[in-house]
Design a protein around this ligand. Structure first.
Ligand code: ADP
Ligand code: MG
Length: 626
């Protein structure tokens, strides 16, 4: 065969997206492209010769000494003509052409037009060599070589068995791909679930293999050591199986292996549809950890068993990113840009479908296994709440399965909560965002038989406002345990005289408390509390507090003043004597002490506050003459 030379021709309309990917994509994907081409070649061979008992495989060999990575397959191979057509014309997908021309019935399983394709090899190689022998009867082996992906040489090849070997001589700036563990990791990531067997072996340089001869022993020749051959995709892609054929064990196993975790998933959703789109996958609900960092989920996107990327937010709704799982959509146009995916109707439908399936699972669990669902709730609630806030359709589906956990450890739906407490509170839900620090305020409610629910995660702040607005319950409000004193207040008697007198004392006391506490924005109110032994309560307006908490979370510069109201109990002896007392140091001390005591029912005192409180308590004790 005569040696031919030429320039690789480029279809201009196709080259731009490729060049872009070239610049932005991560280099690792050339391995995926080489292996998937090998798999395609095997699929094609199987289609041409369906009954062969050949053991098909793609073998990736790392030859550190030679500075080479080789991809060998025993697939269909290429003729001289095919090389010219499919390799020399960049961005001409031979996969599409093959399927168009092939007359067989089984047309599935070809990965084809994926992204960079064959030319991704030039991201890392200073020379690419193809040695190939076509399955066609009279075919002769062909060798194709190119240093830059622009000029090539075709000559007679040296292959004797059908198939293709692609050798990449790694460039100076791509020597990282000579690292065995790196290559193996990339193979596992991208090719771990490919449909054809993929193997990897790393040839050890002679110096590494040669064991130093022990004393007294004759030095052995090490040359014959066979490298270990690792089966990269040994375990099948579980998501392709019918859900009814998968065992609990398999699901759990798969979860641990794919995500390298030791914890057990709570439960999972197995997606398996062919119509209206081809979508397979398994989504797991992981256990919640205390560490916020690790709550981040991981969704691996596959296309026909070939890994594409993690957490592609264009395809998977962002709140589902809190889950762990795999999604396989062979029909996604993954060789196009992300912004295209974002606006694609197909992708939108796909993502809506996934969301709906997840919601279905939650609703199903809630209906069939309420007790079990309650156990899961503590782990899944941030996810469900986040989903509700982000996606109106999701909320609509799951709204009746949202639970509120009480400080007593019970789980109630909104309507269950309201039904029990409505008589006392109307449409108000009392909550705590810190059951320990707010224990005293919580106790005031629970002693009355009112349930207090715990809403203590970051999302709850948004969620509470969202639910008030969206639950469809007229007049629904959420109030933190210290938001007001209404539940502990007696009906006011309408004695105009007494009220007027109180107004006057209120102004005087306001000045007193501001001075004693150093809190300039403090409000003071008189009410008769149900418990006459409680002199005062400190309440903080719910809306104002939420606003300032939001500000803190979103790092706003301006600080909302925190508005507190001190509710003084008219029926309490200490308050009454304070009203009657003349100005003086004792009066200031008592006022400050009352303020601290009121504050302590909503939260423990801070370091400096406690020092002042103790000092003042000692002073006050010293005044008592037994
Ligand atoms: P695509 O896979 O989308 O067709 P590629 O650039 O990856 O695009 O490959 C171009 C073509 O080169 C393939 O369609 C195929 O015809 C041919 N080819 C590449 N690698 C091999 C191989 N290992 N065996 C046989 N043909 C191959
Ligand atoms: Mg390809």
């Amino acid at each position: 065969m005569a040696t031919t030379r030429g320039n690789i021709s480029i279809h201009a309309q196709n080259i731009m997206p490729i060049i872009k990917r070239w610049l932005y994509s991560d280099k690792d994907i050339f391995i995926r492209e080489m292996v998937s081409n090998g798999c395609d070649a095997i699929v094609k061979q199987k289609m041409v010769k369906p009954d062969s008992d050949q053991e098909y495989r793609v073998l990736v060999t790392l030859d550190t000494a030679a500075g080479e990575l080789r991809f060998d397959d025993n697939g269909i191979g290429m003729t001289d003509e095919e090389i010219k057509k499919y390799i020399n014309q960049v961005a001409f997908s031979g996969a599409e052409e093959f399927l168009k021309n092939y007359e067989g019935d089984n047309k599935g399983g070809i990965i084809g037009h994926f992204g960079l394709g064959f030319y991704s090899a030039f991201m890392v190689a200073e020379k690419v060599t193809i040695q190939t022998l076509s399955e066609q009867e009279s075919a002769t082996p062909v060798c194709w070589e190119s240093e830059d992906g622009m000029k090539y040489r075709i000559s007679e090849g040296n292959r004797t068995a059908r198939g293709t070997t692609i050798t990449l001589k790694l460039a100076e700036d791509a020597k990282e791909f000579l690292d065995e563990y790196k290559v193996r990791e990339i193979l596992t990531r991208y090719c771990g679930f490919m449909a054809q067997p993929v193997f990897f072996e790393a040839l050890k340089p002679a110096t590494e293999v040669a064991a130093p001869a022990a004393e007294g022993e004759a030095a052995e020749k090490p040359a014959e050591t066979k490298p270990e051959r690792v089966h990269i995709n040994e375990k099948p892609a579980l998501w392709l199986k019918q859900p009814k054929d998968c065992t609990e064990e398999e699901y759990r196993d798969f979860y641990k292996r794919v995500f390298h975790v030791y914890d057990e998933p709570l439960f999972y959703v197995h997606l398996n549809v062919d119509y209206p789109f081809n979508l397979k996958g398994i989504l797991y609900f992981p256990k919640l950890t205390n560490d916020f960092g690790t709550r981040e989920g991981e969704i691996k996107l596959f296309s026909g068993q070939v890994f594409v990327a993690n957490n592609i937010k264009e395809v998977i709704p962002d709140f589902l990113m809190l889950l762990k799982g795999v999604i396989d959509c062979p029909d996604l146009p993954l060789n196009v840009s992300r912004s295209f995916l974002q606006n694609d109707g197909y992708v939108k439908k796909l993502s809506a479908y996934i969301t709906r399936k997840v919601a279905d699972r939650l609703v199903g669990l809630f209906g069939a296994e309420r007790a079990q669902y309650e156990k899961y709730w503590d782990d899944i609630h941030p996810f469900v709440k986040y989903g509700c806030v982000r996606d109106a359709k999701f909320f609509d589906q799951v709204k009746d399965t949202i639970l509120y956990k009480t400080t007593a450890g019970e789980h109630k739906t909104l309507s269950e909560y309201l039904a029990k407490n409505e008589g006392k509170l109307g449409k108000k839900v009392v909550y705590t965002n810190d059951p320990t620090r707010q224990a005293a305020s919580v106790a005031m409610y629970t002693q009355q038989g009112t349930d207090v629910v715990v809403l203590d995660t970051l999302i709850d702040l948004n969620f509470v406002s969202f639910i008030e607005y969206s639950a469809g319950v007229e007049g629904l409000t959420f109030a933190r345990v210290d938001a007001d004193a209404a539940s502990f207040t007696k009906e006011e008697e309408a004695d105009e005289e007494a009220k007027k007198a109180l107004e006057i004392s209120r102004d005087a006391l306001l000045a007193l408390f501001k001075k004693a506490t150093g809190n300039e924005s403090l409000e003071v109110k008189f009410q008769t509390l149900t418990d006459e032994n409680t002199p005062a309560l400190l309440v903080q307006d719910e809306q104002g507090r939420r606003f300032s908490e939001m500000g803190k979370i979103y790092g706003q510069d301006f600080k909302m003043p925190e508005r507190y109201t001190l509710v003084l109990n008219r029926g309490n002896g200490v308050v009454q004597s304070l009203l009657a007392a003349a100005d003086g140091e004792t009066r200031d001390l008592i006022a400050a002490q009352l303020y601290d005591l009121a504050r302590m029912s909503t939260r423990p005192l801070e370091k400096e506050e406690i020092t002042a409180f103790l000092k003042r308590s000692h002073q006050l004790l010293g005044m008592i003459k037994p």
